[in-house]
Ligand binder design. Sequence first.
Ligand code: S5P
Length: 470
Amino acid sequence: MNNKKEEFIKGLYEIGAVRFGKFTLKSGIESPFYLDLRKVISYPKLHSLMCSMLSDYAAGLDFDCVLGIPYTALPSASIIAETLKKPLFMLRKEVKTYGAGGKLVGDPDKKGKCLIVDDLVTTGGSKFETADELTSLGFGVKDILVVVDRSADAVNELSSRGLVLHSLVSLEEIVQYLNKTGCLDDAKVEEIKSFTKTLPEKEKALKTDNDVESNKFTNKLLDVIKRKKSNLILSLDTEDPDEFFDILEKTSKSIVMVKTHVDIIRNFTPDFLDRLKKLAEKGDFLIFEDRKFADIGNTVKHQFYGGVYRIAEWADCVTSHLIAGEGTVKGLFPDGEASMKAEKPQAAFLLARMSSKGNLITEYYSKKVIEAGKDNFSVVSGYIGHGKDVEDIKQYKSLIPKGQLLLMPGVKLERGSDNLGQQYLTVEEAVTGGADCIIVGRGIIKAEDPQAEAEIYRERAWNVFCKRGM
Ligand code: S5P
């Protein structure tokens, strides 16, 4: 260990940024040590030593700009940027609701390969989040530089997602040095070693304990998502049945559901449904009728089970508004939970937000829809939603109960709109924000090669989804 490192560890110990005893972590797990670098900025000598070590390390990396994760790393990131003459950026923690720009602070024209700086790494979670946000804003991200690596396995966790973690000191080095200098006895060293060794298992067990329940249809859909490595729902809005099947056959490999508007099909005959069902079975995807029910329960019941289309006989799931109240969902599934016991579970997705410009849905309405959906968890698998940007979607997603899904229409490879009020977010914005599936129509069906295009959407959404996790 070099002198600078030893001096730095000694400094951390002296100011109480490293302590030993019994501490309860955020997860509830009891830890034999405590690390908190927030104090360092109040000790100019120690802070400048830390920043010079960070700048020396960063000088050997390949990057165009620097970003610190708020708040602890902001001063060090600005000193690194200053020392190495690189542009500095910040991402606001809070959302700005007025004026231009979103969360990014800095000149967007200066963006490039960005070095992320932080004080500690514990699980890597906040680093993934920042990396995803920067990627969705058009930055390149590879290197993450932290002061202390106190994790069990963050280097590997991050590298499995294409990120490289660098640290100035590891917990092991801190323990080693303090043991050598008599600040820490051998028994405590052993206790810390065995704690860090068993930590990943403890964290995993905690996660399994908290695993959420979903209804039977959601589980079925999640199985298809995992099996096909896809979060893509194809919205096949064409009136021509030949074109419908031509595109569906070509894209079936890439999708988890096909979303239909069966009432727009020209020359609709029962043959159409036979063909559709057979293709769904062969191609391993589900059928999602976007009927957008909106009437009182009794009428909806007839619309779902009766009439020309007899939707209940072939659709795996449907969309529904909730403007008429919970009665609509009760009309769709009068047996409630019992309908999930059926061999073929069926469920509804409620429209809690819409993608179209000027739609009349308010925040209050949207919240009420989610509350009602929660009360009808056994037959409501989730919600249709949209948002202004990543942050807005994240906030909206946080309202959705665990175990229910967010499906997002109004998605294309680039942002944009059509001339009838449809608004598009990018695939990356949708999934980073929290969409569990994207619904894509014209982006694929109007492409020159829908098969290749569907695969592009699938891959782009899946990559972000894997990085983000459920
Ligand atoms: O808010 C919404 C809800 C839905 S279900 N906005 C939408 O666009 N949809 C549906 O998604 C819409 O009815 C259409 O079938 C699809 C979007 O098609 P695209 O061609 O604009 O991608």
